[in-house]
Design a protein around this ligand. Structure first.
Ligand code: ADP
Length: 487
């Protein structure tokens, strides 16, 4: 067995002599020094493997002096306390203060096994410290890489407190944000963002930041050298290039407008055929014409939606505002919705609260929103019913709230935040059998936003969905809604 070198910092001669006689049996050298600065300095030159600190050295009110001993040069050695057998307080204090173990005096048993155990735990601690340093070093290398990114990156604690930000993030959000919470500082939210709060390991999300750019974020959980969990987040700028965006807009605008002309011709000739102007039609021919008409109607919808989406993207979205009652707007689309629902064996129920204040809106656009969200409810509901309600919310100077609820397929939780993005459709066979291009909800949300309202969704997969939107009530004088001038 290796001969470990032991230092006893204390002045209890009885204890020392019984310790010496025990250590002689295993051939371990021991040095005694008093627990003062000179004694500690001399003890260091002995190059001990283990330090025994006699708690009788302690000044009243001072705790176990582990920091002092580390500072004095015993940087890696385990330190054990030597305590009086009848003094449990010193025992507890020394262990709480970082002692590797304690030895009670007067000695009543062979101390070597206990000293060996402390030496082993010391080595274990050294290994742990070493691993901690390796983890810290690799984390620092990762941070070094992130620090030089031109896109934002940051590190937060599990309670979302910001620990570190790179320069790109500081340029967007300003310096000195350490200690704030990421959802508040970055996204101006009072609650943590869903993607981060709900994810167990890696999370991904997109966000538009203060600088007007859109980023795709990826975050991972990592541990620092102390074993504490941190979330490391890095963003990638996915803002479409302006030139590409311009080409895309012009392309979509040209194609959509060019599609309108042949579509109008199809409609015109279908009417001629339907009216019998080209001769009497057989039942089979009528059925074919019906298919042409439905397909042309779908194409019409798609083209109109593309034109709308393009206007939204290019900020050319104009509203024709007037003071109207929400039930009148509902009336514009209800008959057609009821017919669509009946085709699928569904019922639409409506409930409009009495004496609702009027709203100041573009009636055709709000009707379009209702038609879109209720149309989706019809598409994605196999059985049950669709309820459309309009009520009053007294909050924030008063709002009219319209809700469309269904008992349909519902929307998976992870898709709920994305369905309002342009062209987003839930990847699901029940969705893909239905026609659609993933444009309706993004257009609807933009329409409601330009009216000063909010459109949001709640859903439970397999149970149904509820879409709600609010509109500020008409306050008397004409409002200068942002929407009156476009986006
Ligand atoms: P579209 O209906 O043309 O696909 P939308 O933008 O209107 O596009 O809707 C986007 C997606 O949101 C749909 O494809 C569907 O996956 C989902 N969705 C919308 N409304 C509902 C609903 N009531 N029930 C289930 N899923 C819905």
């Amino acid at each position: 067995m290796k001969a470990y070198r032991i230092v006893y910092l204390g002045s209890d001669s009885d204890f020392l002599s019984s310790l010496e006689s025990s250590l002689q049996q295993v051939g371990w050298p021991i040095l005694r020094e008093p627990g003062d600065a000179d004694g500690t300095r001399r003890a260091l030159t002995f190059n001990p493997d283990l330090v025994l600190w006699d708690c009788d050295n302690d000044q009243p009110g001072e705790g176990f002096p582990l920091e002092m001993l580390r500072g004095a040069g015993f940087t890696t050695q385990p330190v054990m306390s030597v305590v009086r057998r009848d003094d449990p307080r010193s025992t507890i204090n020394s262990l709480a203060g970082g002692a590797a173990d304690y030895i009670a005096k007067p000695l009543s048993e062979m101390p070597v096994p206990r000293l060996l155990a402390a030496l082993n735990s010391g080595r274990r601690q050294l290994r742990i410290d070493w691993f901690g340093r390796v983890v810290d070093e690799s984390n620092n290398q990762v941070k070094g890489m992130l620090a030089n990114l031109s896109d934002p990156a940051y590190v937060v604690k599990p309670d979302y407190q910001i620990l570190w930000m790179n320069r790109a993030a500081e340029e967007i959000f300003g310096e000195g944000q350490r200690g704030g919470t990421c959802h508040h500082v970055f996204y101006e939210r009072t609650e943590p963002c869903e993607a981060c709060a709900k994810s167990e390991g890696m999370a991904r999300w997109r966000a538009a930041l203060k600088n007007g750019k859109t980023y795709r974020f990826v975050s991972v959980l990592a541990r620092n050298g102390k074993g504490e969990i941190e979330r490391v987040v890095a963003g990638t700028d996915i803002t479409p290039d302006e030139e590409v965006q311009k080409i895309h807009k012009t392309f979509v605008a040209n194609v959509s407008h060019d599609l309108r002309t042949p579509l109008a011709a199809i409609d015109q000739y279908v009417s001629i055929l339907n009216d019998g102007l080209a001769g009497e039609l057989t039942d089979e021919q009528k059925a074919y014409i019906d298919i042409i008409q439905r397909s042309s109607f779908r194409l019409h919808n798609l083209v109109e939606n593309l034109i709308d989406a393009n206007k939204i993207l290019s900020g050319e979205f104009k509203l024709r505002m007037e003071v109207v009652k929400i039930e009148d707007v509902l009336g514009l689309v209800l008959e057609s919705l009821k017919a669509q629902a009946a085709d699928r064996g569904l019922e639409i129920q409506t409930q409009v609260a009495e004496a609702l204040p009027p709203v100041y809106v573009d009636r055709a656009r709000i009707a379009q929103v209702i038609a879109n969200i209720a149309g989706n409810s019809i598409k994605f509901t196999e059985q049950g019913m669709i309820q459309i309600r309009a009520g009053f919310m007294p909050r924030d100077d008063g709002k009219v709230m319209v809700s469309v609820e269904d008992t349909g397929i519902g929307i998976p939780r992870e898709d709920l935040g994305k369905i309002f993005e342009l062209f987003y459709r839930v990847e699901n066979d029940q969705v893909y059998v239905e026609e659609g291009a993933g444009l309706g909800l993004s257009i609807s949300r933009e329409i409601i936003r330009t009216h000063g309202g909010t459109l949001w969704a709640e859903s439970m997969e397999g149970a149904g969905s509820a879409f709600h939107f609010t509109l500020p009530v008409h306050s008397g004088e004409r409002q200068d809604a942002a929407g009156a001038q476009g986006l």
